[in-house]
Ligand binder design. Sequence first.
Ligand code: AHR
Ligand code: AHR
Length: 500
Amino acid sequence: MLAAWLITTHGGSAHAAALGPCDIYGNTGTPCVAAHSTTRALYASYDGPLYDVARFSDSKVKKIGLLTTGGYANAAAQDAFCKNTVCMITRIYDQSPLHNDLTVEGSGGNGHADVGARADALPVVVDGHAVYGLLVFAGVGYRNDKTIGVATNGQPEGMYMVTSGTHVNGACCFDYGNAEVNNDDNGNGHMDAINFGTECWFAKCYGTGPWVQADMENGLFASNEGVSEDTANTGNTSPFVTALIKNNGQNAMAIKAGDATQGLLSTTFSGGEPVVNGGGYSPMHQEGAIVLGTGGDNSNGSIGSFFEGVMTAGFPTDATDNEVQANIVSVGYGGATGIVGNLKSNAEISLLTQSPCCQDYYLSHQGSASTAAVIAPVATGNATEAADATWIVRPGLANATCLSFEARNRPGDYLRHYNFQLMRESYDGTSQFEEDGTFCPVKGNDGSGKSFQSFNYPTKFIRDYNYNVYVAGDGGTNAWDTTIGFPNDSSWTVKAPLSP
Ligand code: AHR
Ligand code: AHR
């Protein structure tokens, strides 16, 4: 009765799904042996911590837990603890009874010791709750080399993670899964991990990625031949991606990918284990360590995003995979916060220019990897243009009393200036980016609306000029500093988000 009530009242409500992904795996005979998330409980009954944050100011550590049993991360507790300082995520708890927690990875055969992720670098929304994902840069990695219950030496296993298609690169190796216990490359088949990125190890791959592949050591496999056999698999670029692999350890594996916010998983490969690349993958030789964010030998040039992930004992059925994907979709990653049209933290907004030329032009980006901001009209019914003109207000990356603008459709990407031009770029963890990406709202320079003062160049304001956008002074050496039109061009009307 209670379960039915939870199901029927679910949807944007305060409570979580009636079952977590690990309940689904457990009910179908392939229990979780690792369950990691910074955003939510992965069992309906879980009420322990999700992760630890350590703050720079005094090195104190705090466990960040849940708002309710089986619910979502208590991000407000992190915000309070980390106020006026910087926190790093130092431990990600395993919610399974096996306690295979991840801590910051030590040095390995191909990488110096890693560091933790900055705790507030990837604000997102899940089921209407503001939470934080884990933003991995080159040199960030987590690991556990002494696990219990994780598959070794040809035992079957499955795993998935929720990641992002907007924050990726082609360096080795943004992985989550089974790896070597000594942080080194111990040969083919000694890894069985999900890889997500744009590295095409065995050409051919189709499109530009990023692709879900299996890192089985000394290769990122799209199939048992290495190469992609799925011409339709051009990659998964959506803001939230479900990436799944499973391997029975002896002779069968599958790779699946999908949008974590809608629809079903696509099977991009299902068949045998690799016999190419010198062999050694069939049967497998997994060692049972768990890696997150790097390759098996701690190759750590890759970037990526992590929201949740699990590993199972046993080879999950396709029906179970589908049920887990439905569960992930049901919690609404990236959904709206409900705060709209104002400059409060986590509000979604669009910014209309007050330039007389362009009265229905909005501050927009244009979707490619790193892009200049523009002002542009938004055609009615054009969802892409609407999303490109929608921003989420975040506490200023360099100073929380000011603000930063995150792209609605690209988690982890912010507006920042570079050579005084406004760009939408992936946050890179540097203080230069943080300062370039922080703006302080003041009354509009033309007497109405708002102007946004550059944090590190306080005489400059966000201004459109010739349809591009800059930080500009009221007079100065750059063309866009012209005093003509400055008051209107540097004033903006804060509107309800075009893409809610
Ligand atoms: O298999 C790809 C990578 O190759 C592994 O992650 C790493 O251990 C090795 O360098
Ligand atoms: O936009 C002005 C400066 O240009 C930025 O502060 C810096 O990132 C770049 O050199």
